[in-house]
Unconditional design. Structure first.
Ligand SMILES: [Mg+2]
Length: 327
């Protein structure tokens, strides 16, 4: 087993150069200057072996990518620019240096892709499972931060991409069938944070009123937005963007694809609202600038909770996504 000092030295090397506004790594705290006119965004997320990932199918490199991506996504969710990360690991003795090297490569590669610099962390021993906790620090210009509480009555509800892919990917991994639909497995193993789109939606004049990233499934994440905005939502089952692969895999696995789209977590798509009057402009602009499609799934209504309209009527699906604390 490699010593803690050797591991930290290795990670430090892999993290690369720190920008000028950071006073190096190695002191008790990372010290960095703040930009004028900006607010700091800070978020922490923890991944636990056996709960969030399983090392039988989650390779070290992919896990490194994911640990960084899900945290970067929280900054993207508010329209921020991710800047710095801190990585804390509780490591079981069974993970050797080769595993740690591959993990670190994946983690730092993902950070670099989004211009994020690793500025600190902690390593401790774990008697059993692997635990990864990442703190991410970002920034956004004052007045250009999107909160989940900003949705208005009659605002349209939009999502940035297909729903349910990651949940189906996880099911395929569990059955050892990743190769059948590799893009679904990839949605679970290496999700992509939507930083550029988040920045675009939060830019001045976009008209977007509220935003978050979907980690626990649409039914739960939209219910959070409703609660924070003091409103309800009505979504249309036929409008949910569901990929062809998701439909095929769900059929094959004998799962209702709608359940995966509503309740399967980890899609890390952006969920946002805007007045109907700006929807078309927004759609056109996102397509022109980012070559991306956005999808209208419903609208905000007075009241509370999330109503799903389907062929067999309406039902309340509030908070029917992934539940972390069932006891
Ligand atoms: Mg989030």
């Amino acid at each position: 087993m490699v010593s803690e000092r050797q591991l930290i030295d290795y990670i430090k090397g892999a993290a690369g150069k720190v920008p000028e506004r950071v006073d190096g790594i190695g002191d008790d705290c990372a010290v960095f200057g703040c930009r004028e006119g900006c607010k700091q965004l800070v978020s922490v997320d923890t991944l636990v072996e056996g709960v969030h990932f399983d090392l039988t199918w989650h390779g070290p490199r992919e896990l490194g990518h994911k640990a960084a991506a899900v945290n970067i996504s929280d900054i993207a969710a508010m329209g921020g620019k991710p800047c710095f990360a801190l990585l804390s690991m509780a490591l079981p003795a069974r993970l050797d240096f080769a595993w740690l090297t591959a993990f670190t490569e994946g983690f730092t590669a993902e950070l670099k892709e989004y211009g994020v610099v690793l500025v600190g962390g902690d390593t401790v021993a774990s008697p059993e499972g692997l635990l990864l906790s990442v703190t991410i620090i970002g920034e956004a210009e004052e007045g250009r931060i999107l909160y989940r509480s900003g949705a208005g009555v009659d605002d349209v509800i939009m999502v940035s991409g297909s729903l349910g892919d990651a949940a189906l990917g996880l099911k395929l991994c569990r059955e050892g069938r990743q190769a059948s639909w590799p893009q679904l497995a990839a949605a679970h193993l290496t999700p992509r944070p939507e930083v550029a789109l988040g920045r675009h939606l939060a830019a001045a004049g976009s008209g977007v009123t509220a935003m978050l990233d979907m980690s626990d499934g649409l039914a739960t994440d939209l219910a959070h937005m409703c609660a924070a905005s003091g409103l309800g939502a009505r979504i249309n089952a036929d409008w949910l963007p569901i990929s062809v692969s998701a439909r095929q895999a769900a059929l094959d696995l004998e799962i209702d694809v709608l359940d995966s789209a509503l309740g399967g977590g980890e899609d890390y798509r952006l969920l946002f609202t805007c007045p109907a009057a700006v929807e078309e402009d927004l759609r056109r602009e996102v397509k022109a600038v980012l070559k991306r499609q956005i999808f209208r799934i419903g609208k905000m209504i007075p009241g509370c909770g999330v109503l799903l309209c389907g062929r067999d009527g309406e039902r309340d699906v509030s908070f029917q996504g992934y539940e972390h604390l069932t006891r």
